[in-house]
Design a protein around this ligand. Sequence first.
Ligand code: MF3
Ligand code: CO
Length: 248
Amino acid sequence: MITLKSNREIQSMHEAGKLLAACHREVAKLIKPGISTSAIDRFVETYLKKHGAVPEQIGYNGYQYATCASVNDEICHGYPRKEPLANGDIVTIDFVVNLNGSLADSAWTYAVGDVSEEAKGLMDVTLECLYKGIEQAQIGNRIGDIGHAIQTYAEARGYGVVREFTGHGIGPRIHEEPQIPHFGSPGKGLRLKEGMVITIEPMINVGVWESKMDANGWTARTADGKLSAQYEHTIAITKDGPLILTMQ
Ligand code: MF3
Ligand code: CO
C-alpha cells in the first residue's frame, strides 16, 4: 500500500531528517583511519537516543545494528565491526531515525584519509546520480523517470548501477511501496503523487552492476570485488517540487 502523507506528517518526517543530517555531520568528523565502524555505530545509537530518537534499524527484520556500514566492495547492509578503517577505504554509513514515530533514512559514503582517484570519481558520480534522481521526483513524473536519469548518467561514465536493491516508500515502516529502482525507462511505471515520501539511494559500482550476498544473508558486495558507493536522501513529493527531508 502507498500511504500519502499530509503536510503535517511531512513536517514531522523533516524533523527526523534534520536530526539524521546533524548526526551524519558528526559522523563525518569521526571518520578517519583507525576508527572502527562499530565505534561509529555506537556513536550514532547514543547520539539518537540523547536527542530523543530511536535507531529504527535495530530489530528491523532481525537486523541488529543502528547503522549499516559498508566498506569498499560492500554495496549495502554491511555489519559494523571492530576492525579499524584504513587509510584509503571508503565507507557508506546508512541509518534510519525514528523521531516521535516519524521516520527518515539517509546514507552517505565517506572517504577515510586519502583515497584513490578511482574512489573519488566513484563518489562524485554517485552523489551526482542522487541529485539527477531527485530532480525527477516531481508530481506527474513516473518512477521510471527517476531510474532512467540515474542509470544514463552512471552508465555513460562507465559505472555499474546496482539492481537488486532499490529506493522505497517510507513511513510508517522503513520499507513501504513503491519500490524506486535506480534504473529504468522514461515515462514508465507509477505516476508520482503529492504526499508520497520515497527514498532515492543509488548504489553505483566502479565495475559490473552484479552483486553477491555474504553468508550472513544481509551484506551485499560487488561481484567483481571493485568499489561501490551510495548516497541516499528521503524525499517528499510536493507541489513545490522535491523536498529533501534529510537535510537541515
Ligand atoms: N537504510 C536502509 C535503506 O536505505 C534500510 C536497511 S534495512 C536494515 O533501505 F534492516 F538493514 F536496517
Ligand atoms: Co538507508
